[in-house]
Write a protein that binds this ligand. Structure first.
Ligand code: COA
Length: 331
């Protein structure tokens, strides 16, 4: 049971996806693949790809502006900006600091949080705790990734899966028991080799050799991730519900990480949630890593699929491995 002096609630959401659409037909011209294989194995039909000059902070900034406007909050009111990402503008400073400057959020702390595709859920969990402990009242959380910049466009087993996007939420203090009803986060680093970028860190700095070996690109053992993902997401859903004293019957909408339609369907089936209570947009965006959940949440709210008082369950998993969940009563 989490014991806090305050609660935190989401008062605004926003997202940004780059204009350029890359379809499965486009990919057929780039690697040995087919629209039929991609749709049947993943559910993806198209994805957005950032322009060469666009970086993480550009997508994050656009999503942040939309969320601030939606919340009616000025950038100077923010006390923290946390960016969940693994594709920041550069090693350091953090993309959080770059966005802080772009927004003119002159009273905010800023940092990035690396939990791969779970970056948004981990960041909300962290910021919820910061607000609920009484440390601050208003903060911005952004989930953003541009995996197009780190996938190997010659590797058909990964390049068809990912896209670029950002989503953002404004979190504000409220009474305990309102807004975010619980969060859950877990990891298992012994499974790190399922999804990783080998070179570019202190273990294996970038060199002519690492570039020649293509070690600066993302590598993944898809079947291993798949098996773990379903079990981890089911567990994360049940744990956060238990911690809040709710059951799946109380859940109005499930927003799962959008990595593969077969994973989403398997999780929904295990949780016995019908299709109409599950948000799916993987067909239009692919896997945007940390961007999937805030993007889907913003689209669902703007489409009128989330009403005041509705309980929304968000579940994720990603490289690390990491996984987690957020339970929200929409206000
Ligand atoms: C990657 C994934 C779609 C592959 O689906 P799968 O059903 O496991 O497919 P397999 O890996 O068994 O591959 C089957 C065949 O399709 C081939 N294949 C892989 N990618 C292909 C593509 N883009 N086009 C055509 N064929 C492809 C494989 O080479 C393999 O061929 P082979 O049998 O001759 O060796 C699936 O494992 C997955 O989604 N895993 C989870 C990944 C994930 O979520 N990652 C992000 C975590 S946040």
């Amino acid at each position: 049971m989490q014991t806090y002096v305050k609660g935190s609630k989401i008062t605004g959401t926003g997202h940004y996806a780059p204009e350029r659409i890359l379809t499965n037909a486009d990919l057929e011209k780039m690697v040995d693949t087919s629209d039929e294989w991609i749709v049947s194995r993943t559910g993806i039909r198209e994805r957005r790809i950032a322009a060469p000059e666009q970086a993480c902070s550009d997508l994050a900034h656009n999503a942040a502006r939309a969320a601030l406007e939606d919340a009616g909050v000025k950038a100077e009111e923010l006390e923290a900006i946390v960016v969940g990402t693994v594709t920041g503008d550069m090693q350091f400073p953090s993309t959080g600091c770059i966005v802080q400057s772009m927004l003119g959020a002159t009273n905010a702390a800023a940092f990035d949080l690396n939990a791969a595709c779970s970056g948004f859920v981990y960041s909300v969990s962290t910021v919820h705790a910061m607000i609920a402990s009484g440390q601050m009242k208003k903060a911005l959380v952004i989930g953003v990734d541009l995996l197009s910049k780190i996938v190997d466009w010659e590797d058909r087993t990964t390049c068809v899966l990912f896209g670029d996007a950002a989503g953002a939420v404004v979190l504000e203090a409220c009474d305990r028991g309102e807004g975010i009803l619980g969060t859950y986060t877990r990891s298992d680093g012994s499974l790190a080799e399922l999804l990783y970028v080998k070179a570019g860190g202190s273990r294996r700095p970038v060199s002519a050799e690492t570039v020649a070996e293509r070690e600066h690109f993302l590598r993944m053992k898809g079947d291993g991730v798949f098996k773990y993902a379903v079990r981890a997401m089911e567990d994360a859903a049940n744990r956060v519900l238990d911690s809040a004293g709710l059951t799946l019957n109380d859940v109005d909408l499930l927003i799962p990480h959008q990595a593969n339609i077969r994973i989403i369907d398997a999780v929904a089936k295990r949780l016995e949630l019908p299709k109409e209570r599950v948000v799916v947009n993987i067909d239009r965006y692919g896997n945007t890593s940390s961007g999937t959940i805030p993007l889907a949440l913003d689209e669902a709210i703007r489409a009128g699929r989330v009403n005041k008082g509705d309980v929304v369950l968000m579940v994720t998993f990603g490289g690390g491995l990491t996984w987690g969940s957020i339970l929200l009563r929409h206000t």
